[in-house]
Design a protein around this ligand. Sequence first.
Ligand code: PMP
Length: 382
Amino acid sequence: MKYFDHAAATPPYEDVVRTVAEVMAAHYGNPSSLHKLGEESGRLLMKAREVCAAALGVKSGEIVFTSGATESNNLAVKGAALQYTGRGRHLITTQIEHPSVWECYVQLEKQGWDVTFLPVDKNGQISVQDALDAVRKDTVLLSVMHVNNETGCIQPVEELGRRLKKEYPRVIFHVDGVQGFGKVPLSLMDSGIDLYSLSAHKLKGPRGAGLLMVREGLSLVPLMSGGGQEDSLRPGTENIPAVVGMAKAIRLAKEGEQQRADLLNALRKQLIQGLAAWPELIVHSGKAAAPHIVHFSYPGMKAEAFLHMLEEQGFLVSTKSACSSKKAEPSRVLLAMGAGKAEAESGVRISLSEEHTTGDIQELLAAIGKSVDRVRRLKGEN
Ligand code: PMP
């Protein structure tokens, strides 16, 4: 089997698997315990926080460990909206956010908040000016993802952050960094970004681990009540093995970022050039797209059927994104980009790893070619 679904989950680094197992076996003390074993676990937690903070270029006190980016995004959006209701009841996000952000805004809207959902152009990008124009006196929070998980489209979060903080410093800026980190360089320093979410399993780290960077001075209402762990923002006994494994994966992701991006970009270019052989495929991952995602639609063809044709030939890809692929509706992201229903129902996502070779891409293209031929034959017979 050839795996082309790295935007959904990545195979962990062997070193991370070893570290997680070692920490789990040897350091089972609860960091809240006052004895030696507890203190050891506490030290591991502190060290992991420092490693993550250094990789992100922030202070270690600004890192909150969570169970993954879904939790980080929930904590960021609901936590900020609830904390700062005194500032106003207006929130801004985009029409193409991941469900873990999108659904928070939909829920808040139902509870009486006023939400502006920013549109995107045909390439899937928001306009910085539109975002700034949407800010009102009572705007509390703005969420914009760095890289879209379906199309790979990169959002102009650096320019937006800089201008937002200059023109409207009191508006809190949240960025879902899950698909960008380690592949699309982004400096958090002086970025204007107040809240930034990551997930370990997209970075060859363990599943069920993530973080939220919370800028110093910002308060959030926690999602859960309990002990005082993670500065009371995320109560519950800390998952030390996962956190230590995640810190290692985040460090490695940051260290190899540019080299990884170059390797992936070359593979992506080869794949996009190859896809041009079939005029019925509409490629959505345009110019400003992350190097690991290629997304295309095959109007008139159900994405799931196409996915299974590729699977029969040994290639694993995604329809839409893994999180929403079990829902039958057309892609919200493609509809926002102006795609018709047939196009929005037939999206296929291929996501790459730097370990793929040009030979892997050739084989994948050959399998896509066979599938397209099969569909053409079936259509001809009808
Ligand atoms: N945001 C984005 C952009 C994602 O791609 C994902 C994972 N599909 C998430 C958030 C949620 O991450 P997790 O699976 O860690 O909850």
